[in-house]
Design a binder for this molecule. Structure first.
Ligand code: URA
Length: 209
């Protein structure tokens, strides 16, 4: 599990427990998802490079540190990934955002990209792919493959809950991509839902069921 990072911080676990509860409504679910995404990205960005700069405070000249290195891009996988975006933009307000929409053709079983709009300079950015639920890992894996085909190679995957099946699949398909999650659950049921999970994240975010 070397490239898998599980954020079992007490605040994250507490918020995730409320999200898992079936009585939690869409408004609170959305707020909690954004809060957890923000807390996770606070940690994920710990290794961003900084450079010393000269500034002048109201009192004197001083040295300070500001971010340097590659700019960040956020790529939510439609539609549940959108639920993590606002929280992360609170921390990284200058990040650019690309969107990827995918489905799997029921006959060929090949991933079909029905929507893709990325920043022009996506290949030179540090990309955070957002997909809250890693069940089989198929859509996250396909989304990452589409990004790599477009020349993007600096990619991290930010998720909420993963099934062990998804982790094994993604580690094999994209061993170069670090995976950040709040929890690794027991497994999948016969409908490919994560157990215990939290149900369908997209439906709970957008109130569609
Ligand atoms: N997608 C979800 O939203 N929930 C699951 O349990 C699996 C996939």
């Amino acid at each position: 599990m070397s490239n898998v990072h599980v954020f079992d911080h007490p605040l994250i676990l507490h918020k995730l427990a409320i999200m898992r509860d079936k009585r939690t409504g869409s408004k609170e679910f959305r707020e909690l998802l954004n809060e957890i995404a923000m807390l996770m990205v606070y940690e994920i960005t710990r290794d961003l490079p900084t450079e010393e700069v000269d500034i002048e405070t109201p009192l004197c000249k001083a040295k300070a540190h500001m971010l340097s290195g590659k700019p960040i891009g956020l790529v939510p996988i439609l539609r549940a990934g959108l639920g993590m975006l606002e929280g992360i933009l609170n921390l990284l307000p200058t990040a650019k955002v690309g969107h990827i929409g995918l489905y799997r053709d029921p006959e060929t079983l090949q991933p079909v990209e029905y929507y893709c709009k990325l920043p022009d300079d996506a290949p030179s950015r540090e990309l955070l792919v957002l997909e809250p639920m890693l069940a089989t890992g198929g859509s996250a894996g396909d989304g990452i493959a589409f990004l790599k085909n477009r020349g993007c190679h600096s990619i991290r995957l930010v998720s909420l809950i993963a099934a062990p099946e998804a982790i094994a699949y993604l580690q094999k398909r994209h061993p170069d991509v670090d995976i950040f999650v709040a929890a690794v659950d027991e497994g999948l049921n016969e409908h490919a839902y994560i157990v215990p999970g939290l149900g369908d994240a997209g439906d709970r975010i957008f109130g569609t069921r």
